[in-house]
Design a protein around this ligand. Structure first.
Ligand code: PLP
Ligand code: MN
Length: 331
């Protein structure tokens, strides 16, 4: 199939770029040093490539992601790096032989793990991002509560998400160190072998984590590309030009096909003006566009963009190689 045969908007993944991104990261963080985060692609076919690159364990953000990973034989060591108050669906996976480790940060979430018959947890520590995670000084006490009730505590996690985009890099390095010192102090109190943290923005300089939870590196987006990482843009949203005026053109890729929280998408060679539901309006610059032309739009934020689509098309340039379902969507 040729890309012109696809219904637009369509998610394209350049196979060569994806391959190189995975290999670059696996060389930097081999084996269990990387616990790829599947929320960035929500695609078990892609996760299988990551596993085949030597990474046996994965990070998930939702119960649904865990379920679908297990369904596809990828449930050997899943970390649900998120709090839940009903863990019964996870317990069902564990009973059927999956290994699921659940993040907990309160008495309530420990109680949920117990009620749901999850066997293993990590203590989630707030390392500066005001989201989930207990205060570092509470981690030891929560670990003790969990162990007293029979849970296996594998260690700690602490996501320094507020530091992914910090520049210059020496400021980022200092802030990551300060943030990870909190996690390491908590790990000393908690015990266990896991210190799970990090993402695409900090994988190079987070030397305190035993494993890095990076996800965006596989497909990439324009926000991360600006930071100068060694990963290529592998993800595009293919669109059809539906209107051309004297000073602008319109492509049928709108904010219902794009995660917009990191800003407007980019169109190489053109200047994006704004997005509406089903349109992106742009000044085409030197591009000589006609109605019906196909163009590639580069999303600013990979995770929510992928989650809007049912499938991604693996391509080699104009040639479509395979359809990969975005099979971990939904809740
Ligand atoms: N770990 C957690 C808990 C996250 O929420 C995220 C992303 O938001 C990541 C890791 C991976 O991040 P990245 O997109 O930088 O690869
Ligand atoms: Mn993201």
């Amino acid at each position: 199939m040729h890309v012109d045969d696809l219904v637009t908007p369509a998610l394209l993944v350049e196979r060569g770029a994806l391959r190189r991104n995975l290999d670059t990261m696996s060389a930097a963080l081999p084996g269990t040093r990387l616990r790829p985060h599947v929320k960035a692609h929500k695609c078990t076919s892609l996760a299988r490539w990551q596993r085949d690159n030597g990474h046996p364990g994965f990070t998930c953000a939702t119960i649904r992601e865990c379920e679908v990973m297990v369904e596809h034989g990828l449930g050997g060591d899943l970390l649900l790096a998120n709090e839940v108050v009903d863990a019964s669906r996870l317990g069902a996976l564990v009973r059927n032989g999956a290994r699921i480790t659940l993040a907990v940060d309160s008495r309530e979430t420990i109680a949920a793990a117990l009620r749901g018959n999850v066997l293993e947890v990590v203590i989630d520590v707030n390392v500066g991002l005001p989201r989930c995670g207990c205060p570092p000084e509470k981690a030891g006490e929560l670990a003790e509560l969990a162990r007293r009730n029979g849970l296996e505590v594998r260690g700690v996690m602490g996501y320094e998400g507020h530091l992914m985009m910090v520049r210059p890099e020496e400021d980022q390095r200092r802030m990551v160190r300060e943030s990870m010192e909190k996690l390491v102090a908590a790990a000393r109190e908690v015990g266990g072998e896991l210190v799970s943290a990090g993402g695409t923005g900090t994988y190079r300089l987070n030397e305190w984590a035993t494993e890095i939870q990076a996800g965006s590196y596989a497909l990439m987006d324009s926000a991360y590309a600006e930071l100068g990482h060694p990963f290529e843009q592998a993800l595009f949203v293919l669109g059809t030009v539906i209107s051309v005026s004297a000073d602008h053109a319109v492509v049928d890729v709108g904010l219902k096909a794009l995660g917009m929280d990191h800003g407007n998408p980019t169109i190489p060679g053109a200047q994006v003006w704004f997005c509406s539901d089903e349109h992106t309006t742009f000044a085409p610059g030197a591009l000589k566009l006609r109605v019906g032309d196909r163009i590639r739009v580069v999303p600013a934020h990979v995770d929510p963009t992928v989650a809007y689509h049912e499938a991604m098309w693996l391509v080699d340039g104009e040639q479509v190689a395979e359809r990969w379902a975005v099979d971990m969507r939904g809740w």
